[in-house]
Write a protein that binds this ligand. Structure first.
Ligand SMILES: [Zn+2]
Length: 252
């Protein structure tokens, strides 16, 4: 069985055909889904999805939606962590350096969420864009007990290894399917067998050949095929390794 370790199935993009989307995924062997929360307003929908057997959920404050976050959301997050033992991680949280005007607040929110992950002994689901070195440095200082996922990893082999040494794994998705991503391809080839999981980030991050279209979890199968090709391993081996790593990380 394949696992989509990161997909936003609560987004309204799926309101019209959510059941059919799950069915298409199941039909190609994608049987479990990890859905992260992005804003406090979206958390109830995420928690509702988490009532499904085949969905695991986590809650966080995503750096892309800074304008929607309020200071009180951090208290609400702590309350939710205390109240919902089914949460498998803290996130999605992180740093997106494409938005320098909010970077200071991004770091404050990210730091607070890392501390919550530490206090509740949960892994962290991290969104990290153009900030791999700074984030790795902060993670080293904090020494989180349960590591986490660097979702949509897009860095060098050295950056990947540094995250793995800190107890994190790389999330591999649409980005690896693009021919021009040569540095990322080298990183994928060099990862240890237990250093990565497969994901789609649906509805975002379209695969090569699907530009402009809504992404969905069934495409994990295609990601698996390409990762296998890049690593010179069988599709079965990549499926087994990535599924085992997702289970270990999120205690599924
Ligand atoms: Zn995401």
């Amino acid at each position: 069985m394949l696992i989509d370790a990161h997909c936003h199935l609560d987004f309204p993009d799926f309101d019209a055909d959510r059941e059919a989307m799950f069915e298409r995924a199941r039909a190609v062997g994608v049987g479990h889904f990890v859905v992260p929360g992005t804003t406090r307003k979206r958390w109830p929908d995420v928690l509702a999805l988490g009532e499904r057997e085949d969905v695991s959920v986590c809650l966080g404050l995503h750096p892309y939606f800074m304008a929607q976050h309020r200071e009180s959301d951090l208290n609400a997050l702590e309350g939710a962590l205390a109240q919902h033992p089914e949460l498998v991680a803290v996130g999605e949280c992180g740093i997106d350096a494409r938005f320098p005007e909010t970077l200071e607040t991004q770091w404050r929110l990210f730091d607070a969420q890392l501390r919550l992950a530490k206090a509740y002994e949960l892994p962290v689901v991290i969104h990290c864009v153009r900030a791999n070195d700074q984030v790795a440095k902060r993670l080293r200082q904090l020494a989180l007990p349960c590591g986490g996922l660097i979702h949509a990893f897009a860095g060098s082999p050295e950056q990947a290894q540094r995250f793995i040494d800190l107890g994190f794994v790389a999330g591999l998705g649409g980005a690896v399917t693009h021919d021009r991503a040569k540095r990322l391809h080298r990183a994928v080839a060099a990862l240890t067998d237990d250093g990565y999981v497969l994901e789609t980030d649906s509805p975002d991050m379209p695969l090569a050949g699907h530009r402009g279209k809504r992404n969905e979890p069934a495409r994990v199968k295609e990601v698996c095929r390409i990762v296998a090709e890049l690593r010179g391993q069988s599709v079965e081996r990549v499926a087994d390794n990535s599924t085992a790593t997702a289970r270990r990380l999120f205690r599924l």
